[in-house]
Design a protein around this ligand. Sequence first.
Ligand SMILES: Cc1cc2nc3c(=O)[nH]c(=O)nc-3n(C[C@H](O)[C@H](O)[C@H](O)COP(=O)(O)O)c2cc1C
Length: 175
Amino acid sequence: MDAIECILTRRSCRKYLDKAVEEDVLNKVLECARYAPSGKNTQNWHFIVISNKEVLDRISLEISKVDKRPNYSVTYGAPVLIIVTGKKDSSLSVYDGSCALENIFLGAHALGLSTCWIHQLTYTEVVENVSLYEYLYQLGLPRDEKVIGCSALGYAFEESKTTLPRKENTVIYVK
Ligand SMILES: Cc1cc2nc3c(=O)[nH]c(=O)nc-3n(C[C@H](O)[C@H](O)[C@H](O)COP(=O)(O)O)c2cc1C
């Protein structure tokens, strides 16, 4: 798949197979993340890769306590959650983390995997859930960093063949 095809055919996936992601494939996706651009090339990010089901279940439970969703799975059932973090005090960290997330999405898609941006860990009321954030610190989140966004990662239960329509008239040409 070439880069243009990869960009144009990537879709968010919200239903996954119960199938583990191979270590070499996962590492390649993370390499894509690490090669994303960052402001002044600071690379002030971490990628917390969670493939332990008990840990995923605990995070889902903590989120569902505040987000009030029964039987909630933070990954839509995908076996891996990648949490992208950035410095709390940097105005660039959201941009940097978003670039890294897009690299994760595209790299994963090129390797036959599917992804979805998971935003729940950045909702204010979820961020204020002390027990969840203490748990994330225990898992390795540096105390001076915050969650920028997350990606579910796994093999799609069924791949969506259709591309969601994109708005027209969003390009402003100045000639
Ligand atoms: C900043 C951001 C936050 C998002 N948060 C979520 C989310 O929490 N859950 C979800 O299912 N999709 C989330 N998405 C995915 C969008 O819904 C999706 O990209 C959009 O509907 C277009 O569909 P596509 O990715 O299949 O092209 C998010 C996307 C972005 C860029």
